[in-house]
Design a protein around this ligand. Structure first.
Ligand code: F3S
Length: 777
């Protein structure tokens, strides 16, 4: 049938039906009586309430039915544990689990992967047994980074998916609306509930021209993040359009949409193009390619569709950029980078290069980097520092092997890490670099002035995030983000300011070498290798699945069955202490750091021992040092929270702007909830974290007057009044009572953004409690 294709090679019994897509888009266009952006077409095509809810950006609440769900091994543990506690037997939407975050990079694939399989055996056994039991596709350890595997196997133009990982938008480069959500949202969809989303604004980015030889798709997003900043995309979807979109490869567009997450945007998306069609065919999905061609006219914005804001980028004039350190929106064009880095006193010697991650590990990225490596090798140059390469997936690794690119990296002496996140998420055992044990953590432009103890050093990566300490746990590491081409060229000169476009490198014989612009292939000529052996399909027979035991050892310190949280308060919440008033950036990495803590993702009690240890205390500018206001003792942050929990003393957190930005990990909400936190009161929230708090029954409140943040002292007692009448759009009242000094008690208004359903979560104690209550009714 024209316009129909199997949903994926692994789910031939489910289909993509583009005729249905067209029908719904026409309905949505008629109902809204206006041309639609591509974003809005996908939204209406997946809405439950298509003829009930006008698309009012920033206002209407959409009930969406994603076509699939994906979780990585860190988020899947708690998502599946929650799914199990609700007593459900099979996922309602096609779901996959990808084992990528837990694999620590150190010596290379041959050592690191067996090590991970051994060390994380109980988690992988749990996930694989649970996947079989609940009808979930299981991508084994080393199969690939979640977003690469999604792209190569599941993504399709015009589709909608959610993933429990913030870089899910990667699939937007293949025309799919792919939204990074919390594990709690993933559980909802797995359970058959709609995914609720406030209709986003749509930021249009019009691309014209064609990238110059040295410039890469990474530079498009590096520049866009600097224009929008880490907050500028919040509440919006970034939709690319214009003639420049046709000149980009599908994987290049994925790099751009992947890192769109750094602006806080809900997701980013490109319209359907020939490059997407070619990519689908190269990954052996000819039927989807043909079906998408059938509906190509609807896989883009309507003529006359309006954007809330339009940003123009002329690809032809775009220079390579380097972003960082410590924040992804600090962008410097390569021509100015030498001067700026000297002025800012960034550590002038580069100490390591990293190529890969979900952002930049495509065949095109790797072949362009390999071309530069070949040039340098031919000239007799050697890298001046270690280079770590992470192929995005087994499929890409085997395709690179066949093309000869992998051999070039090996000839360089680089460490070829497993097909996994590795250093990108802090799963990295870096050798030969002293780490700070405890430090002041600063971010943004202040970071270069005081990055704390530990060896100050610069590194360059193709990754998407560079928050303090994210990669190697060393707050004194200055992580710069750039394209694979730039990373590869720069490892041959350890001078941070080296510009490979115009600078030359002195060879041993005294002659000068200068790189020619990189060349690469956007797709492998014979298509991608077949590596289906890294995938386990669940039994298709339900009775066979019902007999499978999910493996959770009783004695495990890594996996713990979940008990429901107590129901929410019915009356005013009085006399709370403030655990911490956070200052400046408080990302989910600060609330629940990654790295070694990944180990406890499935064990709420154990992982709670890292709660808020990276958050800066506004009272003393230190991390992990707060006062216990009951005893007057100084202590670490999670230990103090636990002491309050043991006393039955309710507590809150006071947060600054964009509280909870960064990754989607729901532990950042679960842990405070588990330790007795009743509310986070912030100047503003990052969207995913705010939703996660609501799902766990924690009040996510904002000061109606942002300046009230400054009036609160950590020693004050907080009451939240108006709980008995809590409802959508109705403010609550804050009563703040100083306990030291002569300040007088004061009151202020607090806002929340709970929908009526989310109010029910709060009352039930959590979304999961509500699901269980409804099931038993
Ligand atoms: Fe993994 Fe880094 Fe992407 S952690 S999912 S490779 S952003």
């Amino acid at each position: 049938t024209p316009g129909k294709a199997p949903l994926s090679r692994f789910e031939p019994d489910q289909s993509i039906d583009y005729s249905d897509f067209i029908r719904k888009v026409e309905l949505g266009r008629r109902f809204n009586n206006r041309p639609l952006t591509y974003t809005e077409k996908i939204l209406v095509a997946h809405m439950d309430n298509i003829e009930e809810e006008i698309l009012q950006r920033g206002k209407s609440l959409l009930k969406l039915r994603p076509r699939r769900v994906a979780c990585q091994d860190a988020t899947a543990q708690m998502a599946i544990i929650q799914f199990m506690s609700a007593g459900l037997s099979s996922t309602a939407a096609p779901t996959s689990v990808h084992c990528d975050h837990l694999i620590v990079g150190k010596k290379g694939q041959d050592v690191d992967l067996p090590h991970a399989l051994n060390v994380h055996k109980e988690v992988f056994d749990f996930l694989s047994s649970a996947c079989k039991r609940f009808n979930i596709g299981f991508w084994k350890a080393g199969a690939g980074i979640i977003h690469q595997s999604i792209l190569e196997n599941y993504a399709f133009p015009g589709g909608l998916m959610i993933g429990a990982d913030s870089h899910t938008p990667n699939a937007g480069g293949l025309g799919m609306m792919a939204i990074g959500a919390g594990g709690a949202d993933a559980v909802d969809v797995m359970a058959g509930l709609p995914f609720e989303l406030k209709a986003p604004g749509v930021i249009g980015v019009r691309l014209t021209g064609r990238l110059p030889e040295w410039t890469a798709p990474k530079d498009v997003i590096n520049q866009l993040v600097s224009i929008l900043t880490v907050k500028g995309g919040t509440g919006n979807i970034i939709e690319f359009f214009g003639p420049g979109t046709k000149s980009l490869s599908a994987t290049g567009m994925c790099t751009i949409t992947n890192m769109g997450a750094e602006t806080g945007a809900t997701t980013s998306i490109f319209p359907y193009s020939d490059a997407m069609n070619s990519y689908l065919k190269a990954t052996h999905r000819h039927e989807i390619a043909a079906a998408a061609d059938f509906v190509a006219n609807e896989l883009k914005a309507d003529e006359g569709a309006e954007y809330d804001q339009v940003i123009e980028i002329d690809l032809s004039t775009l220079e390579p950029h380097i972003n960082g350190p410590f924040t992804p929106d600090l962008s410097t064009p390569i021509s100015k980078f030498g001067d700026v880095s000297a002025q800012e006193s960034w550590p002038p010697k580069l100490t390591a290069g990293f190529i890969g991650s979900c952002t930049n590990s495509s065949f095109q990225d790797m072949t362009r980097a390999a071309d530069l490596a070949k040039q340098a090798l031919t000239a007799g140059l050697k890298p001046k520092m270690p280079l770590f390469v992470s192929p995005g997936s087994e499929q890409t690794r085997e395709t690179l092997r066949a093309s000869g690119a992998l051999a070039v990296f090996e000839e360089l002496g680089s460490t070829i890490l497993p097909n996994a996140c590795g250093p990108c998420c802090g799963s990295f055992d870096r050798e030969g670099m002293e780490k700070a044990s405890k430090t002041l953590i600063r971010s943004g432009s202040e970071a270069n002035k005081d990055a704390g103890q530990g060896t100050r050093n610069s590194i360059i990566t193709t990754y998407n995030r560079n928050f303090t300490g994210r990669l190697d746990g060393n707050p004194a590491t200055y992580n710069f983000l750039s394209s694979p081409e730039m990373v590869m060229a720069k490892i041959f000169s350890d001078n941070l300011g080296f510009n490979p476009i115009k600078d030359s490198i002195k060879k041993d014989d005294g002659s000068e070498f200068r790189f020619s612009p990189p060349k690469g292939e956007s797709l492998p000529a014979g298509g991608y290798a077949n590596t289906d052996y890294v995938f386990t399909k669940p039994p298709s027979n339900p009775s066979e699945r019902d007999n499978i035991q999910v493996k959770i050892p009783e004695s495990s310190d890594r996996l713990q069955r979940l008990s429901p949280f107590p129901p929410g308060r019915k009356d005013d919440i009085e006399n709370c202490v403030i655990l911490i008033k956070t200052k400046g950036k408080c990302t989910t990495d600060h609330i629940t750091p990654a790295g070694p803590w990944f180990r406890f993702r499935g064990h709420l009690d154990n992982i709670s021992n890292n709660t808020l240890i990276g958050a800066v205390n506004a009272e003393n500018d230190q991390t992990n040092s707060v006062t216990n206001w009951i005893t007057g003792q100084e202590g670490d942050t999670p230990g103090t929270a636990r002491a309050y929990k043991n006393l039955g003393q309710p507590w809150v957190v006071i947060g600054d702007y964009n509280y909870g930005e960064g990754s989607s990990r729901e532990h950042a909400a679960l842990q405070p909830r588990y330790l007795g936190c009743l509310a986070i009161i912030a100047r503003s929230f990052a969207r995913i974290h705010e939703t996660n708090l609501k799902k766990q029954g924690v009040l996510a409140l904002t000061f109606a007057n942002e300046e009230d943040y400054d009036r609160v002292h950590s020693s004050d007692r907080i009451s939240i009044l108006g709980i008995s009448e809590i409802s959508p759009g109705k403010s609550l009242n804050l009563q703040c009572t100083p306990t030291v000094g002569s300040r007088l008690p004061w009151t202020a208004k607090l806002n929340h953004s709970m929908t009526s359903e989310q109010v029910e979560y709060f009352k039930a104690g959590s979304a999961l409690n509500l699901m269980a209550n409804r099931k038993s009714e």
